[in-house]
Structure formats: C-alpha cells, structure tokens
Design a protein around this ligand. Structure first.
Ligand SMILES: [Mg+2]
Length: 266
C-alpha cells in the first residue's frame, strides 16, 4: 500500500487534470488525533486554516463525514462553506444540501430508549460513556479498563438484541467504540455517493478523495475507488483496509492539505 506522500507527484498530476475535486475527511483519528475523551478532540489550528483555505478555492469542495452528530462535528470544525455529514451520513448539510435520511427520524425514540437502557446496564463499568446522538448511539470505552472491553461489547449486544433481532437496529464497531444504528442501507459510502451526485448536478461528478481511519470508513473507501477517486487510510500500513493509499497520522493529513493548497498555484 503506497504512502500517499511517496506517490504525490503522480497524485498531483491526477488532481491537476480534474476540473473539480471533492475532498472528504473523517474527523476523529483523521483530522484530529484520537484522544481519551471525544469532546476533547479539537481540530489543530493549522488544519483548520488549511481546510478553510481549500474550501475557498474554486477547484475544491471540502467536506467532513463523521459518525458524530452533525451539529457536533460542524461546531468542532467551525468553518462555514463545508459539507458536513453526521451520524455516518444520515444527516448532511452544506453546498446546497439539507438532508436527513427520510427513514432515520423514525428511529429517534428507539435510539433514546436503547441509550437509556445502556446507561443503566453499563453504570457499573467505570470509564464507559453512552452518547445518544439522536439518530445513532455510541458506547465509548477508551477510558474503561482493557479487561472490561469484552464485557462492554457483550452488554451492548445483549441489551440491543431485541432491536437487532427484530431487524430494526444494527451494531457496528470502531476504535474503542460500539455503535447501535438504525438498520438502514445507509452509511458513509452511500453518503459520499449522494454528495458526489448532488455536486455533479447532472454533469461530471468531481474527482473525489476520502481520508479515514476506521471500520465505518471502509465503505467510503470502496465507493470512492470504484468511482476512480482516491481513498487514503490513516494509520499504520495494514492489509485489512480497502484503501489503496496510506498516511501515518493526522499530522501527515495536514501536510497533504498544505500540498493541496499549493496545487492551485502551480
Ligand atoms: Mg475516525
């Protein structure tokens, strides 16, 4: 899997040839380093400045596609004019989009119900945080003892079982997080397809790059590469990702943002 910076000359030629480039980023672990508490994952100033600079260029459209609630990720990034996709794309805004998945709202009451049950069921496990994100929920266990990870997972599976077995919800996993989501055929992959379609507006879809670090980003990688774009996995080189390119860290993502900003001046 090539490191993106090692193949930058050929990538920059591809980008230079495209009339419009869509740059999409996951948030946690991609634009910001993973931190102990999700609310402390703040965007580095340099990254914010570069994203804003890119968003201001005609050539680029910039978006953040996160598992966080849309309002949360929009506030954390804090740049106007970006596309913001929250709850793995169930809600999106920006660049003419004002989207909530038509079936997602019907799950709010159930998501709240499961969140409540999980808070009760996990109250005895220190360091666990249940985050009701309205359309989906996350159980974070980064601050829990390593030895309780299995117990947390089992508890989520048991408590969510009636909702999962009835076909209403599904469970997904990421880095030190288990999520319960509406069982809809919708995630970051479908969200990215929609963003591309909406931006293409009947004409050519933009050349797309998507940067992500976790399991839920994989469907985004697949969609972007199928469309002839570029998927970049953030982390140590590994074989389990569909992404064909890699960067080591959010710091290297910021380096790529700087290179992208320079592209327009060549
Ligand atoms: Mg991430």
């Amino acid at each position: 899997m090539p490191h993106l910076l090692n193949v930058w000359p050929s990538v920059s030629r591809q980008l230079a040839a495209a009339s419009h480039v869509l740059l999409l980023f996951d948030y946690d672990g991609t634009l910001t380093p993973i931190v102990a508490r999700p609310e402390m994952a703040l965007l580095p100033q340099d990254t914010r400045r570069l994203l804003a600079e890119l968003a201001g260029m005609d050539r680029f459209t910039v978006g953040v596609v996160s598992g966080r609630e849309m309002a949360d990720v929009a506030e954390k990034v804090g740049i106007p004019g970006l596309v913001y996709a929250g709850n793995h794309g169930l809600e999106m805004t920006g660049c003419g989009m004002d989207f909530v998945h038509p079936e997602a709202a019907a799950f709010e009451a159930s998501v709240a119900e499961v969140s409540g049950l999980l808070r009760e069921g996990l109250a005895g496990v220190p360091g666990v945080e249940v985050d009701n994100k309205r359309l989906t929920l996350s159980v974070h266990f980064r601050n829990a003892a390593e030895s309780s990870a299995d117990q947390v997972d089992r508890t989520v599976v048991t408590i969510a079982a009636p909702y999962v077995e009835s076909g209403m919800m599904r469970i997904t996993r990421g880095k030190k997080v288990v999520e319960v989501r509406p069982n809809l055929d919708w995630g970051k992959g479908k969200a990215i397809q929609k963003i591309r379609r909406d931006l293409g507006d009947g004409g050519d879809s933009p050349f797309t790059m998507f940067f992500g670090d976790d399991q839920t980003d994989e469907e985004g990688f697949a969609v972007v590469q199928e469309a002839g774009g570029l998927a970049v996995f953030i982390g140590r080189p590994r074989e389990q990702t569909l992404a064909l390119h890699q960067l080591e860290s959010p710091t290297e993502v910021a380096q790529v943002l700087a290179l992208l900003a320079r592209l327009d001046r060549q």
